[in-house]
Design a protein around this ligand. Structure first.
Ligand code: ADP
Ligand code: MG
Length: 678
């Protein structure tokens, strides 16, 4: 029991929730049973029973009679045991799944007990069915036995064993039932409506305390953690902003920059999540804020999840800063030892002002003189642990800006990143034309290739992407190669030139193939999702995604975001096999209907569920015993609001009404456990 279900204490048993209930709350008459009846409870006199058939078809058949009719009961197993139990002429209360055999009602393997005055009106509660495992069943701990344990438990405990942990005013405001009552009613509900009330109350509690710890961390850091102060906006920023920046900031970019500016000047450490759709211009916000750090003599790092992206950030930023006197370096896993040495030295003596790279930039070997600011691009590939690593890079922790690759749904942000402050770029740079997205089955591929030809004639470039879910997957790799040959046959050299990029190439080869496409020397880039993140080629106007059904929504959206970056009209073609699951069909539909990354993120979470979201799978931050952040969004928001309200007014929980919360948190901390189950 302990190992199998992780049940060690009474508390664990209380929190081992039934996955469904069956209704034994009233006694049915036999005449009332019909084809729509699923389960029934019937009371009557045993008329007869006999064992018929031989060997495999051997069974015990009995008949039970009430005032309205006769029902047949059948056992195929445990016949000897049942035979000893049954007595003709006695009254029994039976329960089970009703079937009809030759038009007559029948129950196979019913639950059976002697009919008494106590059970004459049926049970007073719905009977819980608990999750169990095969191993436990073999030891006699089937779902029902767990039910018996739970029933037994409720006979022994009372309200004072399950103390209320939410203040009365909150119970009233959100119409929540008491805690003890909730536990009782979720296990042994008197009716379905009580069961739902109980579930709602316990979900609220679960989300409330999860929010409590998240918001407490956040507030604690805001109030008490000392931060580096970026006092001024200096020459580097001003010079770049006024003379070098290739465009005007959008209103949203300006607003976010102000938010960052305010935080970094406040003497408190900033931990901020920056959300923006693909192409909304997060990089420029990162660059401008790094210039402010440099203006205040602090070093910055910009971390990207892949070499290609790090390289690209480096190239763009280096080019944009060409007339600015600032030392920017690139450090990735493939930086040679020879090049690495002066860079590391420069970080240590403070001459490197901006260090761009992969997670190599926060390795222990990299020592900074005065790291003040870290920007993490495309967060979902980085774990929470890396964030903590950054804090340790200076005696006073550097400010941290985490930028997401694609938007993440609000509920997810609240739970997984709830300890971060939140900025959002909800506006695309001007002049962008919406991307037209279509879905085509694979037999339409020739037409798609013709369409690409037309676009190439106009001077545009195109991407063709194959899924390589696992970089090592042989089959995916072969698909890519086959695809490459096929594309080549449509686009023969020397009229057309094609680059290919995938994860099995050396980074040098990958890089040089990428560069050929970026500079326009090749027309088509055939590749895997290694190009997914952040690659920027404004002249590319077509994105073809092969086997689109294999991709999740966020990934499709991220890939689509590689086009539509210039002034030209852009297209995304989703190619799939002819047979599609309903989910895949739904994904294609959503993609063709909207370009809005925030909407897509919501849908993605809805379809895949919280357990499957990237980057959060390991953290467990989204997995609750009862609550589901997708379907219980309203409860989550209510819990979040009430926690925020409490912490705002009574941070130390001194108010009398908040003592219940305080005591409960104390109890959790000391891990006082209830008496052990024997
Ligand atoms: P993302 O938010 O997806 O990281 P990027 O920062 O790569 O987006 O920006 C996408 C493109 O938009 C880049 O080519 C960038 O130079 C350009 N861009 C960013 N901000 C603006 C702006 N305010 N006006 C015009 N173009 C912009
Ligand atoms: Mg980006």
């Amino acid at each position: 029991m302990r190992k199998e279900l992780h049940i060690f204490t009474f508390k664990d048993l209380l929190e081992h929730f039934p996955h469904r209930h069956i209704d034994k709350t009233h006694v049915d008459t036999i005449a009332s049973l019909n084809h729509n009846t699923e389960y029934a409870q019937v009371a009557g006199i045993l008329l007869d029973f006999e064992i018929i058939g031989a060997q495999r078809s051997k069974r015990l058949v009995a008949h039970l009679k009430d005032q309205t009719g006769i029902i047949e009961l059948v056992w195929f197993q445990g016949i000897g045991w049942v035979e000893k139990l049954l007595q003709v002429g006695k009254a029994y209360l039976i329960f089970g799944k009703v079937g009809f055999f030759m038009g007559k009602p029948q129950i196979a393997h019913p639950d059976l007990e002697i009919y008494t005055t106590q059970n004459a009106t049926g049970k007073s509660h719905l009977e819980p069915i608990y999750p169990t495992t095969e191993k436990l069943k073999a030891k006699g701990l089937h779902a029902k036995a767990i039910g018996n344990l739970t029933q037994e438990l409720f006979k022994q405990i009372s309200e004072k064993d399950v103390l209320e942990n939410l203040p009365e005013n909150i119970l009233q405001q959100y119409k929540l039932i008491g805690r003890y009552q909730a536990y009782q009613q979720i296990h042994l509900p008197t009716n379905m409506s009580n069961f739902h009330q109980a579930t709602r109350r316990l979900k609220f509690e679960e989300l409330f305390f999860a929010q409590f710890s998240i918001q407490l961390i956040k507030l604690g850091r805001q109030q008490f953690s000392r931060g580096l102060v970026f006092e001024k906006v200096g020459e580097l920023f001003t010079n770049f902003y006024e003379n070098e920046m290739p465009f005007q900031l959008t209103g949203a970019q300006k607003r976010v920059l102000k938010e960052i500016r305010k935080d970094t000047a406040s003497a408190r450490q900033m931990n901020r999540l920056l959300q923006g759709d693909v192409g909304s211009g997060k990089t420029m916000v990162a660059l401008l804020s790094m210039l402010i750090a440099a203006d205040n003599d602090f070093q910055s790092v910009l971390m990207a999840p892949t070499e290609i992206l790090a390289q690209q950030h480096f190239n763009t930023i280096k080019a944009q800063l060409k007339n600015i006197d600032i030392n920017v370096q690139l450090l990735t896993g493939s930086t040679t030892a020879k090049n690495r040495k002066p860079i590391l030295a420069g970080c240590e003596d403070g001459t490197v002002q901006i260090l761009i790279g992969t997670h190599a930039v926060i390795e222990d070997k990299v020592i900074f003189k005065n790291l003040g600011y870290a920007v993490v691009d495309e967060q979902h590939k980085f774990g929470v642990a890396q964030r903590a690593k950054i804090w340790k890079k200076n005696t006073i922790p550097p400010h941290v800006l985490v930028m997401t690759a694609t938007p993440i749904p609000r509920t997810l942000a609240l739970t997984a990143y709830g300890d971060l402050d939140y900025s959002i770029i909800d506006e695309l740079p001007p002049g962008r034309q919406p991307i037209t997205t279509v879905h085509r089955f694979e037999n339409g591929r020739p037409q798609v290739m013709d369409f690409i030809k037309e676009q190439l004639k106009l001077g545009r470039q195109a991407y063709i992407i194959y899924p390589l879910i696992e970089e090592s997957s042989k089959m995916d790799y072969e698909n890519l190669m086959k695809g490459f040959e096929e594309v080549k046959s449509f686009f023969p050299e020397p009229k057309y030139w094609i680059s290919m990029v995938h994860g099995k190439q050396t980074s040098d080869l990958k890089e040089s193939n990428m560069v050929k496409f970026v500079t326009g020397d090749t027309h088509i880039l055939v590749g895997t999702t290694v190009i997914e993140v952040g690659v920027n080629v404004p002249n590319a106007s077509v994105m073809v995604i092969e086997s689109s059904e294999k991709f999740g929504l966020s990934q499709l959206h991220q890939l689509r975001g590689r086009v539509g970056r210039g002034a030209e009209k852009s297209y995304c073609v989703l190619i799939t096999g002819n047979k599609l699951s309903n989910d895949a069909r739904e994904r294609m539909k959503i993609m063709t209907e909207t370009n809005d990354g925030f909407k897509i993120a919501e849908k993605d979470l809805e379809i895949r569920g919280p357990g499957e979201m990237e980057g959060t799978r390991q953290s467990g931050a989204l997995l609750f015993k009862l609550a589901n952040i997708v379907t219980d969004k309203n409860i989550l928001e209510a819990a979040r609001d009430s926690v925020a309200n409490i912490l705002e007014n009574d941070y130390e929980l001194n108010a009398p009404e908040n003592q219940l919360i305080k005591n409960y948190l104390q109890l959790q901390k000391t891990k006082t456990q209830w008496s052990k189950i024997s």
